[in-house]
Design a binder for this molecule. Sequence first.
Ligand SMILES: [Zn+2]
Length: 119
Amino acid sequence: MGAQFDLISGILLGTMLAINLYAFGFFYLVNKKADQKRKMAPLCIIVTYMLFVLLVWRIEAPKGMELQAFLVLAAVVAPLALLNLSSIRFCSVCGKPWFRHHYLRAPKNCWWCEASLEK
Ligand SMILES: [Zn+2]
C-alpha cells in the first residue's frame, strides 16, 4: 500500500490546476484575442480530461480499481468534457467566454459587453 497520494499524483494534480488557472486567467482577464482563445480552449479541456483520468487511475489502481471500472469512469467523464468543448464560445468583440448549453436558450448578447453573438 503506502502513500496513496505520491509525487506523480501531485504532479498530475498540479499540472491540471496550473493549466486551469492559466486558462481561467487568460479567458476571463485578458480582453480580445478571441481567435487565440478559441484555439486554446479545446486543448485545455482535452488535456485536463486526460490528466484527470490519469490521476484517478494513479490513485485508485493501487487500491485495486478494476480496469473495467476505470474504463466506465473514463467513458462517463468523456461526455462532460465534450459538452464543455462544444458549449464554450468567445465573444468576437471583447473576447470573453460564454457558454452555449444545449439545455439552455442560447444568449443573444454577450454577457460582458452586450455585443450581439453569432453562432
Ligand atoms: Zn463581449
